[in-house]
Design a protein around this ligand. Structure first.
Ligand SMILES: [Zn+2]
Length: 236
């Protein structure tokens, strides 16, 4: 039985709720082969319904944001440099402009140099809706962490085929769409070999380098505006 502190819910035996005689005013989460249910008894009437994500949020009130959103997560050796994402976008944009087709880059982590490496694998076939490629043998000092591939002018998402590919290759898989736009779209998925799940780009990439801003703007931010005529109701 699992009952986190301050939680109104508890995990319960799948069959126990049918036999318990004492009223259960606190909902219980029941795990069964057919799914996960919430059992609640009030005024001697017991209900049993499929559990929703919100029920689990109540089970673990201190859960991280990714769990509340229903996303998966990844703990990588380090965040991937933002510059690599920018480099991939630039490459995919050039390929689209020259060939009107998708392309792909493989993401590796070098365990000796302790840094990420992007490599362009041999492309076997590609058009504006797919890219098929060979995966070269990985050297002993590298770990294949995943892939980045383009969707050309289409929005970034993981297609059925993308998910099938990702299942065969555990790691992080990033789709970049709208490659000609000033702000391309990005969709990040993880695969553990059994399932694909959405992850936040914040789990994968470093924050972009800060760009300097005018000092006057910052001076404005810290300025005390309480004496401003408009706040005192005066006409300007
Ligand atoms: Zn795709």
């Amino acid at each position: 039985m699992l009952k986190p502190p301050d939680s109104p819910y508890a995990l319960s035996d799948p069959e126990a709720w049918r036999h318990e005689e004492a009223p259960l005013y606190a909902p219980r989460i029941v795990v069964t082969p057919a799914g996960v249910f919430v059992v609640k008894r009030e005024d001697w009437i017991t209900s049993c319904r499929p559990a929703r994500l919100a029920d689990f949020a109540r089970l673990y009130p201190g859960a991280q944001k990714q769990y509340r959103l229903g996303w998966g997560g990844f703990q990588l050796p380090a965040r991937v440099p933002w510059s690599m994402l920018a480099q991939a976008v630039s490459f995919f944009r050039i390929v689209w402009q020259k060939k009107k087709r998708e392309d792909v880059l493989l993401l590796y982590y070098d365990t000796v140099e302790k840094q990420y490496i992007l490599e362009h694998p041999p492309v076997l076939s590609a058009d504006q809706h797919h890219v098929q490629y060979d995966v070269p043998a990985t050297s002993s000092t590298r770990i294949r962490m995943g892939s980045l591939h383009s969707h050309g002018q289409e929005h970034a998402y993981h297609s059925y085929q993308d998910k099938q590919d990702d299942l065969a290759s555990p790691g992080v898989h990033i789709t970049i769409g709208d490659v000609e736009a000033c702000l391309p779209t990005i969709a990040c998925y993880g695969s553990d070999g059994d399932a694909c799940f959405q992850v936040s780009p914040a789990d994968i990439f470093e924050f972009p380098e800060a760009v300097s801003v005018p000092k006057e703007w910052l001076a404005d931010v810290s300025a005390d505006r309480s004496a401003h005529p408009r706040l005192k109701g005066e006409r300007l």
